[in-house]
Design a protein around this ligand. Sequence first.
Ligand code: FE2
Ligand code: FE2
Length: 179
Amino acid sequence: MGKAIQDLLNEHEAILHVFSILDNMLTSPIPDEKRDLIFGDELVNFLTVFADKCHHGKEEDVLFKELENLGVPNEGGPIGAMLQEHVMGRQLIALMREALLSADLATFKLHAIEYRDLLRSHIWKENTILFSLADELISDARQMELFEKFEAHEENVIGHGVHEQLHAQIHVWEGLYHL
Ligand SMILES: [Fe+2]
Ligand SMILES: [Fe+2]
């Protein structure tokens, strides 16, 4: 496994872990609207910054471009399908944010479930199909170069130290929702 693909797989694990926390929030036996609304705001921030800007940004600006250059089709192919799901994800994040603005926890939960289900299936497709293909097509040496681009992207998009803050945030959620 090359370094670039391993980095994206690690980010998938972090996103899936956050969905387990969301699952616990959705099935919590002790409802607490105020707590869940604050979590909702923090979750939307995490999904916007980490899942979309950082992770989907690395895929779109670096990996998918590399794959297209290697002849993997975009429109009508696996890259186009993945891009479409990124767009759907952004629309669902916007709907979650809108629901939170009016403190509508029930609507927030509905869109959070839609987003979770979309991304779980999206990640499964990338892990099993697109990333296996990418790891075969892109040499380990080239993946080191792509990983350097990922690091630059991360620095650009989320800035120094934010990654650590997000991880610390996840630990707080784990305590809150007993994961
Ligand atoms: Fe993706
Ligand atoms: Fe991904």
